[in-house]
Design a protein around this ligand. Sequence first.
Ligand code: WT7
Length: 641
Amino acid sequence: MTFSYQIKSLEKYREAYQKSIENPEAFWEEIAAHFTWQKKWDTILSYNFIEPKIEWFGGAKLNITENCIDRHLANRGEEIAIIWEPNDPKEQVRSITYTELHKQVCMVAQMLTNLGVKKGDRVCIYMGMVPELTFAILGCARIGAIHSVIFGGFSAQSISDRLADAQAGYIITCDGAERGNKTINLKSVIDDALVGNEQVKKVIVFTRSKIPVAMQKGRDTWWEDEMEQAGQQVEKNGVVSFPAEPMHAEDPLFILYTSGSTGKPKGVVHSTAGYLLWTNYTFLNVFQYQLGQVHFCTADIGWITGHSYIVYGPLSAGGTTLMFEGIPTWPDAGRFWDIVAKHKVNILYTAPTAIRSLMAFGLEPLKNKDLSSLQVLGSVGEPINEEAWHWFSQHIGKGNCPIVDTWWQTETGGIMISNLAGITPQKPAHATLPLPGVIPVLVDENGIEIIGNGVSGNLCIKQAWPGIIRTTYGDHERCKTNYFSTYPNLYFTGDGCLRDEVGNYRITGRVDDVLNVSGHRIGTAEVENAINRHSGVIESAVVGYPHDVKGQGIYAYVIFEESNHNQNLTKQDILQTVTRIIGPIAKPDKIQFVLGLPKTRSGKIMRRILRKIAEGETQSIGDTSTLLDPNIVDDIIAGAF
Ligand code: WT7
C-alpha cells in the first residue's frame, strides 16, 4: 500500500504547497477522501481569526478510532500496531496487533460506559508509558469522552488544578510507574490531588508496579476487574465489537495543558477531524513513513509530541509505533541504541536535549550497536544546535539518514515547519520550509509584516490549517487574547524566527515569558508563583539562561525576608516547594538571594536586565536609568553565579 498524498519530490512539494495556499478547500477535500467518515461534510472550511472560530468539515461525522484501528483490520489486522519496550530490558516485550488493539479499545470503551462515562465527559489520564495508556486514550475517543493526559512528572497540586479546570469526573491511573531504577507511586499522587475534590466520581487503577496502594471504597476500582467484565460484554460468538460514537468533525477530542506567560496553564483543545488529518498528513510526509517500518518517538505521551507521533499519527496510518517506558540513561547510556538494534527501528524522533545528554557520554555507548536499520532521524521541542545536529547525523545516522528538524507547538496539533525526509533540502539548525497548508509570516513589534528574505521577526501563521487549536478549555476569551489578539488576523506563536536568503525558517526561541527546559515548556510566572508560596519569600523573578544540556536552565532571583538565614537550606526548601507545587521539571537550576529586583518606576520588573545577568552578559545590560533604584543592579551582578 502506498499513500497517494505522500509527497515524493521537491517539485511535488512546491505543487502541493501552492495548491494548499491557493485552494485549501480543494486540497484538503482530496486528502479527506482517504479517511473513514460516518457522514460526509457539507462545508470544508470556514474560519475567522477574530473570535476566533474555526470549522473544518462542517456537518461531517466520524470517529477517530475507526480511522486509527477499524479501517486497518481487514488487511492489517495481524500487523503490529504497538511495540512496547519495558523499562527493564530483561522484562518481556509486548507486541500488540491491530486486532488486539481493537479488542482492548472496545473493552476500555465498554468499561468506561459501565462506570457511567458519557460523550463529552472529561477523563483525566495519569499513567506511565504502558500500552494501557494508549488503550485508555483511544477508549475515551471511542465513546466521545474528552481525554486529558497529564504527564507523570506533575505534582498533586498541578493535577488538582487541571482536574478542576477540566471539571474531570473520572481518572485512569496506575499503581506505579517504572522509570530507571525508580518506581513512582502514581496512585498516591492522585490520592493527594483528590483531597477535597468532589467532582471525581471514579478512579480506575491499572496494576503496573505491584506496589501497595490505598483503594477508596466506592470511588476507586481496579482496571483488571473492570476490563474482565467489559471483555465478556464486548465479545459475542468470538466477534469483538463496540460501536464507535458518531462525533461531529469539530467535537473536542482532547484537552492538553501547556504553559503560557501567565501563571495558569491553559487547556489546549483539539478537535476530531482536523486533528486526525493533520497528524496523519504530517506524519506520512515529514517522516516519509512506509508501511512495515518501525517508528520510535521517544517523547512521553503526556506531551503533544506523544499524542500526535506515538498515538494518532502512526496509528491513523496503520503503522507500527514503539512505546518506550523507561529513560535514555538506564541501565546505561546505550539504551536508545539497544532499542534501535533490538526492534530494528527505522525512524527515530527525539529531542535535542536527549541528543546533547547522550553526546556527553562520548562514543563508548555506541560501540557494537547495530544502528543499520535507521533511515530517518527527527528532532523536536527546541532549537537544535549545529554541534548536536552533526553528532546525530554522523554517529547515529552514519551520514546517510536525513534529519527532519520539526517546529511546531501543542497548539498547532502537528508539525508546521520541517523538511520532508529525503525529499526537501535539509539545513543544520533550520526547520526549513512550511508544510502544505501553513503560511508563516514574520512581523515586527508593530505588527507590520516583514517581507523578503534574510530577515527576522516574530513568527505568526496566516490561514487556518486543520490541526489548529480550537479553544482553551472553559475560557475562549483566553484563547483569543493569547494567540489571536497580539496581531489581528494572525495566529501568534510566541516564537522569534529568522528567514534566510532562500526562505528557510530558523526558530530562535520564545519571545514571551515562557522557558524551554529540556524541551518542556515552563512559564516563568508559574515558577515564581510556586517560589512565592514558600514561607519567608517576599518576591521572586525567574528567567532562563543557556544550559549545555537542557537548552535553557531556570535562574531564580529571590528576595527573602531574613538576611541571616542558612542560604543552602533555604534553597533546598524552595526546590522542595517548587517540586510540590508544580513538579521536579520546574526546579530552578540556580537560586540567587537578592535584596531587591530591578523595577521601573511603575513597578514592572525589568526581566531584560535579569536575563543579561543570568547569561553572564553584564557588559551589555544597557540603559538602567529608568529604574527606580539603578544601584540594585550592581548588587545583583556582584552576587550572580
Ligand atoms: C515550543 C512549543 C511541539 C512539540 C514539542 C514542544 C519550541 C518546538 C522546535 C524546533 C525550535 C522548537 C518553540 C515552540 N520548539 N520545536 N524544531 N526548533 N524550537 O511543544 O511544549 O508546545 O512547545 O517549543 O519555542 O513554541 P510545546
